[in-house]
Design a protein around this ligand. Structure first.
Ligand code: BT5
Length: 262
């Protein structure tokens, strides 16, 4: 058994984000729950959370695997003006927010792997999935975030045991998940306001300081083919800039996977 998430300890009345928090014991995907709420008119900042997802998803048809009651699984409804930010920048904002919040509440030094992973010691502690919705145009963006909080190594699905970690594994301490959630929401509010600024320079600077790839040799596996080069930074829309071998101008990478190779 476990202590259920207490939505009253998660909600931040009057704040821009998480003024309203709905927690389900079990669901398909909180991204779908948040999208349903958005279609029904839920306000910017409404959060759908769950103790267990049967269809938790990542990008490109991948799965998000998390046992009941240990971690944070939630999705935030974003509306304009936040929803009009380039989608890649929203993912960057969420990564910066999660990494900053984890560093604030625990003795950890998280790194961000472009586009959407937060890692500690090379292992993934948090994943982010931004999905736009609406009829014809973007009415809302759902920002889904999964964070491994009180997950013990022995409880991990064998599929992720070699690549994942949690705050408990890293620090030896269990934490009230509500407090972790509140810290992430505080940081996300700030990161989204930085994303809305022209050029998003401050947000990009914060991302660079936590980036696993900047200044390193990387292999890019993009839909249009793969290449190698040196990651040099982030464009204003969240694209990763990589100086391809033999070229001087950086190539923007909008989608795909990036592996640090040296
Ligand atoms: C992601 O995709 O990392 C985005 C994950 C977003 C999950 C949240 S939970 C709340 C909301 N509702 C949803 O349905 N989704 C969002 P991607 O970069 O494609 O990475 C997926 C890969 O991460 C998987 O193939 C596994 O290798 C790994 N993985 C799965 N579960 C994990 C976990 N709990 N911890 C660490 N890694 C995991």
């Amino acid at each position: 058994m476990y202590d259920y998430l207490d939505p009253r300890a998660m909600a931040r009345p009057g704040a821009a984000l998480s003024h309203t928090v709905i927690v389900k014991e079990s669901t398909g995907s909180t991204n779908d729950d948040a999208a349903a709420l958005a279609r029904e008119g839920a306000l910017h900042g409404t959060v759908a959370a769950a103790e267990l997802q049967h269809g938790g998803r990542g990008r490109l048809g991948r799965k998000w695997i998390s046992p009941a009651g240990r971690n944070l699984l939630f999705s935030v409804v974003l509306r304009d003006p936040a929803a009009s930010a380039p989608p890649g920048l929203l993912t960057v904002a969420a990564g910066v927010a999660a990494a900053s919040a984890l560093a604030r509440i625990a003795e950890v030094d998280p790194a961000i792997k472009w586009p959407n992973d937060v890692k500690i010691g090379g292992r993934k502690v948090c994943g982010i999935l931004a999905e736009a919705g609406g009829s014809g145009r973007v009415d809302y963006v759902i920002l889904g975030i999964g964070i491994n909080v009180n997950l013990a190594r022995g409880e991990m699905d064998p599929e992720i045991r070699g690549i994942a970690t949690s705050l408990l594994i890293e620090t030896g301490e269990t934490r009230p998940r509500e407090a972790v959630f509140v810290s992430v929401m505080e940081e996300l509010e700030e990161a989204l306001s930085l994303a809305a600024k022209d050029g998003a320079e401050e947000l990009i600077e914060r991302w660079k300081n936590r980036s696993e790839a900047v200044g390193k040799r990387v292999r890019v596996e993009a839909p249009g083919g793969g290449f190698e080069g040196v990651a040099s930074g982030l464009r204003g829309d969240g694209a990763l800039l990589v100086i391809e071998d033999g070229r001087s101008a950086a190539t923007p990478v909008m989608a795909g996977d990036v592996i640090v190779i040296g």
